[in-house]
Ligand binder design. Structure first.
Ligand code: IVH
Length: 706
């Protein structure tokens, strides 16, 4: 059981614990030793996942965890079900049994403006006969609701909302959320059984990473973190659930069974009498309750001001909220106000400006990207969503259109969640009037009219004509972009303009632009021409890996480009590698080996590279020889999470400068994973590979030469 007093005492000896973890001889008696370790680990989980204020590095935590694992393995009879090691899943879950909630999970009434809140307050005052009511106001978390049941201090059940009466038992998945305690000291409050409600979330950062990974795979992204959280809770593989890095806020105690009076240590007069007191109690017992996010006000006027103020804060939070919840703070008064058949009368949700809106799907345009992928883009009747006007939305691919059953002329629901690109949630089928038409996917490229192709395993149709203007323009835009050749002052608009004017028909043309002609164009004064010329000239000396990345070879991202650059003294040597040899390189798998091989065995591509070299672009690997011997020679590194002392690019450059290599993913070839704040799936994966040393940023810096 998590006992704040005991763990506080243990924590004061953090140093002892850390050194103990390194030289595993703790206290006398294995049972005490294991119990102490568990307390210590729980305390640090609480600091990290609930308070967001860790006191030890992940490496130190991992050492303690591994020690506990080892001791428990040697002494399996001492394992308790609430040990931190017991979160780890038992592999696949068969099904999620239907389970009755102890109390129905009602939803809240919604309000949208000050008048609605005045109304709510007036009714509460009338019913209670009070002149002023004290309210507790907290965020309305936009995730998937859950209820947790603890019996005799142990987490026994976690259930989804379901239909409000009966939900799915997802206990094993909830155990993957580290801020949810596996046991908590409710008995000190005279509680035998308790049901607590809350919301499971995927924070904005993890959601973005998750969606980026989907898009990398060619899978359409999810519309919002709420869907991501709800979907994650239904996964039957607990290891995958753990990788999703879900979080949970617990905000409501819905049911309590008291301990028998004889067993109660100090009767239930220990229990808080207010909602805010309950949030404090949950927090003190180790839960992530909205203790720090809630505020208590007397009278509705201040509540109204606060909810409006908080709407501005919404975008600064790490997670999505869709409004505020206003609750009568006095629990006795809550009871007295009771419920209607649908909602409690003691609480109301105040909804923020919707990030959803309806519109009409007017047309679908097909855009060709630099890899030839044809992406359908929905043109919709312009509509305001979350303060932005949306008039076109990517609808990804043909399968996606079929899955959503979209038709031209449909009334559609769209959503723009935080920084996420707008998505079509659904079409309102019930509003159709038979004038809607099917969306026809083109069989030929909308730009060059060549036939389109689709690989069996892909959802994307492609134009494979390399001379297609769309390919060329998008390819040049990528070539000049910041992470590629970084030709500043040469944005997308210039590429398009110069292409249309016939100045820029291929990448090599960048290095022989007719400046005299360009200077006659509007907006190209002497200064801007000089700037452009200088930027283009400078790009001739870019590092080899940037050139490789700039070429836009399929599946070759920045990391793979670095690996390829390291393997040669001159770019054209890559033409000497066969697929097997390419696969020997770090991070190069079957897919990459194939596309790289094909790229360097295509006569047009080789001609293009020779042309570039002829125009003065450096294809030699100038930097390679500088880094073959250094303090980190032979070592491979990967960085994850947010670094605090160095920029990610600086840290990577330091590795390379000292002869080390940056890897693109966690694998058994990785020697060091350097972990910053909020590290996610890479860390989880690395923990499972004994060969990978997990180190902090400080430890990494210590590895560098003085
Ligand atoms: S209180 C009996 N507090 O919003 C009332 N709900 O329709 C229990 N929600 O189903 C709910 N944040 O899933 C409460 N701070 C919060 C909340 C919250 C989000 C969700 C919850 C509920 C829905 C309201």
């Amino acid at each position: 059981m998590y006992d704040p007093e005991q763990t506080k005492a243990l924590q004061q000896n953090t140093d002892v614990w850390i050194s103990a973890a390194k030289a595993p001889h703790l206290s006398e008696g294995i049972t005490d030793q294991i119990a102490d370790l568990r307390h210590c680990l729980r305390f640090h989980e609480y600091r990290y996942y609930v308070q967001n204020d860790p006191l030890i590095s992940d490496f130190e935590y991992d050492s303690l965890y591994k020690l506990l694992e080892k001791l428990e393995k040697e002494n399996p009879e001492i394992i308790t079900i609430d040990s931190p090691t017991q979160r780890v899943g038992m592999g696949l879950i068969k099904d999620f049994p239907k389970t009755q909630h102890l109390v129905p999970m009602l939803s809240l009434e919604n309000s949208y403006n000050a008048d609605d809140l005045f109304d709510f307050d007036r009714k509460a005052k009338e019913l209670s006969g009070l002149a002023q009511i004290v309210y507790c106001v907290e965020p309305k978390f936009d995730g998937a609701s859950i209820s947790l049941v603890y019996e005799n201090d142990l987490l026994v059940r976690a259930v989804t909302r379901g239909d409000g009466e009966v939900g799915d038992d997802i206990t094993m998945n909830i155990k993957q959320i580290k801020s949810v305690p596996l046991s908590a000291g409710f008995s000190a409050y005279g509680i035998e059984q308790i049901e607590i409600r809350g919301e499971v979330l995927m924070n904005k950062k993890n959601f973005k990473t998750y969606n980026d990974a989907l898009m990398d795979e060619g899978i359409p992204p999810l519309a919002n973190p709420r869907n991501a959280a709800a979907g994650s809770l239904r996964i039957k593989d607990t290891a995958e659930v753990s990788r999703r890095n879900l979080e949970a806020f617990l905000y409501h105690v819905s049911f309590i069974v008291d301990l028998e009076p004889a067993v109660q240590p100090s009767a239930n007069n220990n229990l808080p009498l207010t909602h805010s007191g309950m949030l404090d109690m949950l927090w003190n017992l180790g839960f992530r309750s909205p203790k720090n996010e809630m505020k208590v006000f007397t009278g509705i006027e201040d509540v109204i001001k606060h909810v409006h103020d908080f709407e501005i804060e919404r975008d600064n939070l790490g997670y999505e909220i869709d409004g505020m919840v206003i609750k009568v703070n006095d629990l006795k008064l809550q009871d007295a106000l009771g419920m209607t058949s649908h909602h409690p009368r003691w609480a109301i949700a105040f909804k923020f400006k919707a990030r959803q809106a309806t519109s009409i799907l007017l047309a679908v345009e097909f855009q060709v990207g630099r890899t030839g992928a044809v992406t359908p883009v929905a043109k919709i009747k312009p509509v305001q969503v979350g303060g932005v006007t949306v008039s076109s939305i990517s609808i990804h691919n043909e399968d996606y259109i079929k899955e959503k059953g979209l038709m031209l002329g449909d009334t559609i629901l769209i959503e723009r969640s935080g920084d996420v690109i707008p998505q079509i949630v659904k079409a309102f089928v019930e509003l159709r009037n038979d004038t809607e038409q099917d969306i026809k996917f083109p069989t030929h490229c909308p730009v060059c009219n060549d036939a389109l192709f689709k690989l069996e395993e892909e959802a994307v149709w492609r134009c494979i004509n390399l001379t297609c203007p769309a390919h060329i323009v998008e390819g040049i835009i990528h070539f000049v972009s910041k992470d590629a050749m970084d030709i500043r002052s040469f944005g997308e608009a210039n590429v398009r303009k110069f292409y249309e004017m016939g100045f820029l028909k291929s990448i090599p043309d960048l290095y022989s632009l007719p400046y005299a002609e360009i200077s006659k164009l509007d907006g190209f004064g002497e200064k801007s021409i000089t700037r452009l010329q200088e930027a283009i000239d400078q790009s001739k000396k870019q590092s080899l890996h940037r050139i490789i990345y700039a070429l836009g070879i399929r599946f070759v991202g920045e990391t793979t480009a670095k690996t390829l650059a390291q393997a040669v003294d001159h770019l054209l040597q890559l033409a000497d590698f066969n697929e097997e040899q390419l696969k020997q390189l770090d991070d190069v798998g079957v897919k990459v080996a194939k596309t790289v091989y094909e790229f360097f065995h295509n006569a047009d591509n080789l001609h293009l590279l020779q042309q570039l070299e002829g125009l003065g672009v450096q294809l030699k690997n100038e930097k390679k020889n500088l880094v073959t011997s250094g303090k980190l020679t032979g070592e491979t590194f990967l960085f994850t999470g947010t670094l605090m002392l160095l920029k990610r690019s600086e840290a990577e450059a330091l590795v390379e400068k000292n002869g080390g290599k940056i890897m693109g993913a966690v694998s058994s070839k990785l020697n060091y994973l350097v972990v910053g704040e909020n590290a996610g799936s890479k860390l989880e994966k690395a923990k499972k590979i004994p060969a990978v040393h997990i180190i902090s940023e400080e430890e990494f810096i210590k590895m560098l030469p003085g």
